[in-house]
Design a protein around this ligand. Structure first.
Ligand code: NAP
Length: 497
């Protein structure tokens, strides 16, 4: 095996990668590197710089607990502020010397004899490490819609996550495909400058007003209180996701908002969702409905047949001529398997193991893949609160695993199959009476067969409790020489569920 050796390799420098790196440093562990394919930190907040990009989770809870940001200017921070915050974290905690930019990981494989991972990087010498931490994010691979005729379109066509600032859209005729979280932010901004805007909707979304506004600077104590208050306010939303009967109150609020905002009954009908609220992300916007009623804007619901040289042809035979097409069509998540080729013990390939749906233990570790960790892995996404809370939970859990492994001198740790299986059975059972299993509920949270491999079907604080301590008894912990398993205390049955 050739290559440079480190103890820990972290892939990605978004909230997850930076959070992990900072906590490692705080724990006195310095022998780690971060591999970043881009030229700057920030992950999804570096990549998504489309006009109007902002957070739909309140800023005070959208930051690390150990690094509150008194500089947020608004309740819902714009993308530039979140990116600035992440750059500040990288600088303040001196993470940059550990980062290798322009380092796109192509594959990684585990060698059982040495107990080491080899990480292959595009155009570079491979890196060898003991621990590999995937912090590459769930929303890093844009999904272009599967529509015929892409190559035929003569004008610019790009994704919200790959925004082309070099393409002048002022005074142009523009199409936006999609009406999800990115679309409702970009549409009002585009409408301010384009001559014509056609918004192609496949499924209407549930939309609530965004209680946004300036956020005055406040002292540490008031910041802390506000963070706690907002966390619990958002956490309460999980009750309705888990007990769908209660969702009728949320739906009524959204229906009232639609009624107030959209005067034309025909347009209102087009915008009325037919599935239960919470099945897909509930969107927040004060200007999306208003924008759709502006004279230069048109909502198209006829369904896209194909892209043509001059625009978009819908199923009713109409060709909508446009100068540019923007795909606000989301990311490859549940249907995608692993972000790159990952080979574990006995040549097991992660994407093959996951072809019917990704699964892990606590969204962090995978049987067959020793010394390998995910941040925001399978079933650790949230539909109701700040993902930074989950990220910090997993970072703490992984840190516990690393500390114990290094301290005890174990060669490797690998979650036990029966533990992972029981955990996943319980996770899938927990979906049973939630909004995500209601009739007509289909979303990118699910695989094509309908299995939800993305969302944590519970409160975020229960996830925090589950990940507070690394429970070695759930793992095969290998002795460095004899490769025999270290004696473990009796596994606490509570932890398998
Ligand atoms: P999304 O929520 O997956 O929305 C994609 C949109 O494109 C949907 O309306 C979808 O319709 C439509 N679409 C996909 N393929 C299509 C096709 N072939 N023809 C027509 N329409 C098609 O993606 P997103 O808006 O980028 O958001 C993804 C996630 O990113 C969010 O859920 C959220 O977690 C995150 N995000 C967060 C923020 C934030 O403020 N924090 C902002 C943006 C995004 P269907 O509904 O019918 O599939």
């Amino acid at each position: 095996m050739t290559g440079t050796q480190e103890t820990i390799v972290i892939v990605g420098t978004g909230f997850s990668g930076l959070g992990m790196a900072i906590r490692l440093k705080q724990a006195g562990i310095e022998n780690f590197i971060l591999l970043e394919q881009a030229a700057e930190v920030g992950g999804t907040w570096r990549a998504n710089h489309y006009p109007g990009a902002a957070c739909d989770v309140p800023s005070p809870v959208y930051s690390f607990s150990f690094e509150p940001n008194p500089a947020w200017t608004r309740v819902f921070a714009p993308q530039a502020e979140i990116l600035a915050y992440l750059k500040h974290c990288a600088d303040k905690y001196q993470i940059r010397p550990h980062i290798h930019f322009h380092s796109r990981v192509e594959s990684a494989s585990f060698d059982e004899t040495s107990g080491l991972w080899t990480v292959h990087i595009d155009g570079q010498k491979p890196r060898v490490c003991r621990f590999l931490i995937m912090a590459s994010g769930g929303l890093s691979r844009p999904a272009y819609p599967d529509i015929a005729g892409w190559k035929d379109f003569k004008g610019p066509l790009f994704h919200t996550a790959e925004w082309r600032h070099d393409v002048p859209l002022r005074g142009q005729r523009v199409a936006v495909i999609g009406t999800g979280a990115s679309a409702i932010q970009v549409v009002p901004e585009l409408a301010k400058e384009v001559a014509e805007l056609k918004v192609f909707q496949r499924t209407p979304a549930w939309i609530l007003p965004k209680e946004d506004g300036p956020l005055p600077r406040r002292g540490q104590a008031r910041n802390w209180l506000l963070r706690k208050f907002l966390y619990w306010q958002f956490e309460m939303r999980a009750i309705a996701l888990l007990r769908p009967k209660l969702m009728r109150y949320g739906q009524r609020m959204a229906e009232d908002y639609l009624q107030e905002e959209v005067k034309d009954p025909q347009l209102r009908e087009k915008l009325r969702p037919k599935y239960i609220m919470g099945c897909k992300r509930v969107l927040l916007s004060n200007d999306f409905y208003k924008t759709l009623q502006e004279p230069q804007t048109q909502l198209v619901i006829e369904g896209i047949e194909r892209i043509t040289a001059r625009g978009i042809q819908t199923r009713d035979g109409v060709e909508h001529e446009v100068d540019a097409v923007v795909c606000a069509t989301g990311f490859q998540v549940a249907e995608a398997t692993a972000p790159f080729h990952i080979t574990g013990r006995q040549g097991q390939v992660l994407s093959e193991l996951w072809k019917d749906g990704a699964q892990a233990y606590l969204g962090s570790t995978v049987h067959g893949f020793p010394n390998f960790f995910f941040i925001v892995g399978p079933n650790s996404g949230l539909g109701h609160n700040s993902i930074v809370f989950i990220i910090e939970s997993q970072v703490q859990y992984i840190l516990g695993a690393l500390r114990q492994t290094l301290k005890q001198g174990w060669k490797s740790v690998e979650v036990r199959k029966e533990i992972q299986d029981t955990f996943n059975e319980t996770v899938q059972k927990n979906f049973k009476h939630t909004v995500w299993t209601r009739e007509h509920c289909r979303s990118w949270y699910q695989t094509p067969s309908g299995k939800n491999t993305t969302i944590w079907p519970g409160f975020s604080f229960t996830f925090r409790l589950r990940t507070l301590l690394f429970n070695a008894a759930a793992y095969h912990c290998l002795d460095p020489d004899a490769e025999k398993e270290m004696a473990q205390p009796q596994f606490n049955a509570l932890h398998s569920r």
